[in-house]
Design a binder for this molecule. Structure first.
Ligand code: NAD
Length: 338
């Protein structure tokens, strides 16, 4: 916070639709007079000692500001690049990925009143990136699970349950098959649960959770789900589908010092540059960021404006929500409702 009462926040606009949805967020923030100064940074990767790294100027900006808002970054497939998203998470030790999914009133999906919270372990597990060829035609990929990483994400889940008044933490796992790795995750949860006697601990097999949550998401309302990396990646997209898709789902990458808020979706190369992208997910990620910064009044104002715009009819919303508006029209409608 500077002398004029303004906060500087790092902005990573991202690739593809990233610039379009970031522009929408900036316009809405200016109209809502949010006391934030954006500090845009370039995260085009550099090679440092043979490893993919984020440019120093971007790292310094995030470290100085403690919070960043991030658009999607494209990851080339199968070219030996380490994903920049993974690099960011590792660079800032963003160990927990918080992904809430709440039904948008007025936007009809097969499910009403969905309200799920999923916390994904963000640094290791199946995404440790340790893969090698054993012999031609045989590859091995290592799922790395460490007790410290389990502890911090599970503790975060309990603290989140306490802070948001949810009575239960649910570990989603496959310890029936991955007895040692998921077994360690589950055992760590049982140990940590002793520190939080007021919160109930549950455990459920991933496949069972998938079946139950698409059958009826209601029982998952009073629950904070926590799980290893890959399961969280997949199950959070499934939850996103319950409320109307990726265009609506925000997330926060939380660390001890720094937090980076980002939409769950990618750079949408199929619609990039056409002015058709839905900025809601990035905007709702920024609303999570405002609450993290304790700027709750601005968060409420922007959240109400975007949700009431979505409920206002197909002429005001984007194509992914079966509407006919472009990004500019949708943004204008949100600004009108601030
Ligand atoms: P995607 O999320 O970019 O797109 C999937 C589908 O959803 C597309 O049809 C797209 O048009 C649509 N979509 C996504 N966001 C939208 C929005 N805001 N408004 C309207 N429609 C939207 O997934 P993908 O095509 O698998 O990935 C594209 C690139 O994004 C890849 O390089 C991938 O690695 C990257 N990616 C990045 C992140 C991230 O930065 N966190 C997350 C996922 C994917």
């Amino acid at each position: 916070k500077n002398a004029a009462g303004k906060y500087t926040v790092t902005l990573i606009e991202g690739d593809g639709i990233g610039t379009e949805i970031s522009a929408a967020v900036k316009d809405i923030y200016a109209a809502a007079k949010v006391p934030i100064i954006w500090e845009p940074v370039d995260v085009t990767p550099i090679l440092k000692d043979g490893r993919t790294a984020i440019p120093d100027a971007a790292i310094e900006s995030v470290k100085r500001n403690f919070v960043a808002l991030k658009g999607p970054l494209a990851t080339p497939i199968g070219k030996g690049h380490v994903s920049l998203n993974l690099t960011l998470r590792r660079t800032f030790n963003l160990f927990a990925n918080l992904r809430p999914c709440r039904s948008v009133v007025g936007y009809k999906t097969p499910y009403d009143g969905v309200d799920t919270v999923l916390i994904r372990e963000n640094t290791e597990g199946e995404y440790s990136g340790i893969e090698h060829v054993v012999v031609d035609g045989v590859v091995q990929s290592i799922k790395l699970i460490t007790r410290p990483a389990c502890e911090r994400v599970i503790r975060y889940a309990f603290q989140h349950a306490l802070a948001t008044g949810k009575p239960k933490v649910l570990v989603v796992h496959k310890a029936s098959i991955m007895k040692m790795s998921d077994g360690l995750f589950l055992q760590t949860a049982r140990d940590i649960a002793k520190e939080y006697p007021q919160i109930e601990l549950g455990a459920e097999l991933l496949d069972n959770t998938c079946l139950k949550i698409v059958t009826d998401p209601e029982p998952y309302k009073p629950v904070v789900m926590v799980m290893p990396n890959l399961y969280g990646d997949i199950l959070s997209d499934l939850c996103s589908g319950l409320i109307g898709g990726l265009g609506l789902t925000p997330s926060g990458n939380m660390g001890d010092e720094v937090s980076i808020f980002e939409a769950v979706h990618g750079s949408a190369p199929d619609i990039a540059g056409k002015g058709l992208a839905n900025p809601t997910a990035l905007l709702l990620s920024s609303v999570m960021m405002l609450r993290h910064m304790k700027l709750n009044d601005y968060a409420d104002k922007i959240e109400n404006a975007v949700l009431s715009t979505i409920a206002s009819g197909p002429e005001n919303i984007t194509g992914d929500l079966k509407g006919t508006a472009n990004t500019a029209r949708f943004t204008e409608e949100i600004i009108k409702r601030l």
